[in-house]
Design a protein around this ligand. Structure first.
Ligand code: ADP
Length: 247
């Protein structure tokens, strides 16, 4: 079976020109089939403020009302996605920018009944791995923006880490899948301010302990949960940058 690399890249990397160029050099050099999934929250916040639209966050997550959904659609599906595609084409990578509505690759439903109403936020129901495989077999490199749709015309803002894990799972029948979460730090760190304190491997018991000790916090908690979930669903290897996640 052919191996595939799914690389998810966080907001801070795609939004700084130098780190984006480095990331794209690295991504372009990966051999074999590959998929890039990107965030873009900081650009969305900046664009919203330029348009006079207020950004509301609850527990580090964006509240997506109708005006904010327009902003994230423009920024994730447009600006960030197309900039990445153009820069990959410049590197000879045949990138194709997609959101979840394109070719119906990512179906979701609007989250309801949660304690906090995050608005137009999607929970993924289905990823069309077969269609992605068809594109990958043609040598196309999908670049996926964190937007899904409900099949009835509604776009939904959706967490990019979750999209990466779900996309990786949907490709398991066709490839040996390697999933990498790339973000601005070297990996999971004992001290988030010290890149030298890299933890090389994390198992589930380590995760529980690191969380209870407060070493792993904020955005790293759902990232690691997505990583363990992906491993349980047959993904061969999962990395958070240089940290390898073990069952
Ligand atoms: P992304 O850039 O992919 O959107 P997030 O912001 O969701 O990433 O999560 C990454 C953040 O998690 C880091 O920027 C860091 O502030 C935080 N974090 C919390 N605990 C740790 C840890 N132990 N090691 C590294 N980062 C950590």
């Amino acid at each position: 079976m052919t191996d595939i690399t799914i690389l998810k890249v966080g907001g801070a990397i795609v939004e700084t020109p130098e780190s984006l160029e480095q990331l794209l050099d690295r991504f372009a050099s990966i051999e074999g089939p590959k998929v890039l999934i990107h965030g873009g929250g900081r650009s969305a916040t900046k664009m919203a403020s330029r348009l006079g639209i207020e950004t509301r966050m609850v527990d580090g997550r964006r509240v997506t009302d109708a005006a904010m959904l327009d902003v994230v659609t423009m920024v994730y599906g447009g600006l960030v996605n197309k900039r990445i595609v153009a820069r990959l084409q410049a590197r000879g990578v045949n990138a194709l920018g997609l959101c979840g509505a394109d070719m119906n690759i990512l179906r979701a439903h609007k989250r309801t009944g949660a304690v906090v109403d995050y608005g137009f936020v999607g929970d993924v129901d289905d990823v069309d791995g077969k269609t992605l495989q068809g594109l990958l077999d043609e040598g196309v490199v999908p670049v996926i923006a964190p937007l899904t749709h409900d099949g009835r015309g509604q776009l939904l803002n959706t967490n990019a880490d979750t999209i990466a894990a779900e996309t990786a799972k949907a490709l398991v029948p066709f490839f040996g899948v390697r999933l990498i979460y790339y973000f601005e730090k070297r990996g999971v760190l004992l001290n988030p301010d010290d890149d030298e304190s890299l933890i090389r491997e994390i198992g589930h018991a380590d995760f529980e302990r690191l969380m209870s000790e407060g070493i792993v916090s904020d955005g790293m908690i759902p990232k690691l949960q997505n990583a363990f979930d992906a491993l349980a669903k047959g993904i061969s290897k999962v990395f958070i940058n240089e940290t390898e996640i073990k069952p």
